[in-house]
Write a protein that binds this ligand. Structure first.
Ligand code: HEC
Ligand code: HEC
Ligand code: HEC
Ligand code: HEC
Length: 443
């Protein structure tokens, strides 16, 4: 029995699947969304969740003819040049991961249209959008039939803009089109999934009471983790997928006599952990991304501001002459090779990484590039003590800023999970001053 696509539209993502029907008696609809440009965790600390390259290991647990892979949209956070590069990379990643469907948000459509990527997206996988009215060629729903033993499960996914459209109209989205399987209605069941761009309890209540055709609602994510309300067999089943690609959600569909021919649903959330094997082509795609970021010169284009009071950064070398002891000590610590760390992982041209691994990237006198400002590489003296120009000009008379408070600017929970609560230990590890601290730190 061939897998037939009830809706029409390019079905480029499903591999030839019309071979002998498999005996498996479970289907899975995978959901991701709100990746918000997080192609991969930064790697500043171990144990981080996420990364497009690790999703394949989860999807591939289910054979292609037994699964649907859906992204609910919000691909990037803004519209900067870097966001646009990410947008394009994410589209390619979705294709390489065999996504069946992507529901584009209003922002996704804007971003894609501005850079001419909307048409290509539609040729890579199916797209839907609640904002289809503004974009005539994007439908609001997608339907595909999957086979559960000898039963057909017709899965319809619709996107709905609850901000601009009266909620009553949700029902129309699922009104069946031409029913091409009427001969076998009894062996067919439907699963209707609604992706909402805006949601509150009143909307859920209304749908539960008045639009029983909706089986499942994907609501916008307000947290990084997926949130599940109630059991999957309570209608409608409501969940959100979380943010930044840290989890993959799945709706498992199995046969169940207890549900009188209605398939039984169960819900799973899978953490995208470092233990999952990376997909080689997606690892390469991330390298392509790093290369593009470099070629576009994003680091040099980064907006830079002057420091107040005409101060300037001078680089760690410039402190060495008068503070040799401190300089030597510092150069043996992790901070002194923070830029090499980025080179090791290939992110030394990515402003999103460089900002915390060099001196003063946001300022005119700070780091621009290895070639132009090699002396500003690494986390240097001035990251903590402040810009040194006046201090040097006055040979130490002008005091520098108090250093301890600055740690948290870089040692954030995301990039240094251990820092909060262990400030003392971290400070201990960077000691480069004479202990006990003497008032004659200059020798
Ligand atoms: C907000 C500041 C910040 C940003 C942005 C940042 N880092 Fe880091 N990074 C840190 C801090 C702080 C550490 C040390 C964390 C610790 O040990 O607790 C670190 C450590 C690392 C390490 C581990 C060093 C080691 O060997 O232990 C790597 C690798 C790294 N960062 C890569 C990156 C990459 C790649 C990016 C961009 C995607 C990035 N960082 C962006 C602050 C940052
Ligand atoms: C020309 C010599 C000279 C250079 C170069 C110099 N310092 Fe100093 N620094 C001094 C002297 C002298 C003192 C002692 C001032 C005092 O105790 O009143 C001092 C004190 C300090 C102190 C302790 C008191 C304070 O102001 O917080 C720090 C920290 C410091 N310097 C950091 C730096 C850093 C960072 C650089 C490089 C940007 C640097 N110095 C470059 C001469 C220098
Ligand atoms: C400009 C950003 C920045 C600031 C400010 C900063 N750090 Fe760091 N810190 C880093 C980065 C980046 C690394 C990772 C360096 C590497 O290994 O490549 C790091 C690493 C460390 C490490 C080594 C962690 C390990 O386990 O190896 C310690 C300890 C540390 N920082 C303590 C501090 C303390 C204490 C302060 C404040 C006085 C501070 N840092 C301020 C960026 C910063
Ligand atoms: C990660 C932040 C950080 C970096 C990088 C750093 N320092 Fe410090 N430095 C500190 C802290 C914190 C203290 C201790 C200050 C205190 O206890 O009041 C300190 C103390 C000092 C002191 C002694 C100050 C005094 O009052 O006795 C000097 C001098 C000094 N640093 C110079 C340097 C020089 C030179 C460099 C670069 C080669 C450097 N530091 C790099 C954070 C940093």
């Amino acid at each position: 029995m061939p897998v037939l696509c009830v809706s029409c539209g390019p079905d480029v993502t499903s591999e030839p699947s019309a071979k002998t029907p498999s005996k498996a008696d479970a289907l899975t609809v995978f959901f991701t969304g709100n990746v918000l440009g997080e192609l991969k965790p930064c790697g500043c600390i171990g144990g981080q969740l996420g990364g497009l390259s690790r999703r394949a290991a989860i999807f591939n647990r289910v054979s292609k003819d037994k699964r649907l892979i859906i992204d609910t949209g919000s691909l990037v956070e803004g519209r900067s040049e870097q966001d646009v590069i990410k947008f394009n990379i994410i589209l390619q990643a979705f294709r390489q991961l065999y996504y069946d469907l992507v529901s584009l948000s209003e922002e996704d459509i804007e971003t894609g249209r501005n850079v001419g990527l909307l048409d290509s997206a539609g040729s890579l996988f199916n797209i839907i959008s609640p904002h289809h009215r503004s974009e005539a060629n994007i439908p609001a729903k997608f339907t595909k039939s999957l086979f559960l033993k000898d039963k057909t499960v017709v899965v319809t996914i619709a996107a709905f803009d609850a901000k601009s459209t009266p909620i009553e109209q949700v029902g129309q989205l699922f009104s069946s089109g031409p029913d091409n399987s009427s001969a076998q209605v009894s062996s067919q069941s439907k699963l209707n999934i609604l992706i909402l761009n805006h949601c509150d309890d009143a909307i859920i209540d209304f749908i539960a009471k008045r639009i029983p055709v909706v089986d499942c609602i994907v609501r916008p994510s307000e947290s990084d983790e997926p949130i599940v309300a109630d059991s999957p067999n309570k209608k409608p089943f409501v969940f959100s997928v979380g943010r930044f690609g840290r989890y993959v959600c799945g709706l498992n569909i199995t046969e169940s006599p207890a549900y009188k021919g209605k398939p039984r649903l169960s819900f799973l959330t899978v953490q995208v952990t470092e233990e999952l094997e990376e997909d080689a082509s997606l690892v390469q795609l991330y390298k392509d991304y790093q290369q593009l970021v470099g070629e576009r010169n994003l680091l040099e284009k980064y907006p830079r501001f002057p420091l107040s009071n005409d101060l300037e950064y001078t680089g760690s070398e410039s402190c060495k002459g008068c503070h040799e002891y401190e300089y030597e000590k510092w150069s043996q610590k992790a901070h002194a090779h923070a830029y090499a760390t980025l080179e090791r992982v290939g992110s030394q041209l990515d402003p999103e990484c460089v900002s915390c691994h060099v001196v003063g990237m946001e300022y005119e006198s700070g780091f621009v590039s290895e070639q132009k400002t090699g002396h500003m590489k690494n986390v240097g003296c001035e990251n903590c003590h402040g810009p040194g120009s006046e201090h040097i000009r006055t040979e130490g008379v002008t005091a520098l800023t108090e250093p301890k408070s600055g740690c948290i600017d870089c040692h954030t929970p995301e990039h240094s999970g251990e820092y909060a609560g262990n400030e003392g230990d971290f400070l201990e590890k960077i000691v480069h001053w004479r202990e006990p601290r003497s008032d004659e730190s200059v020798k």
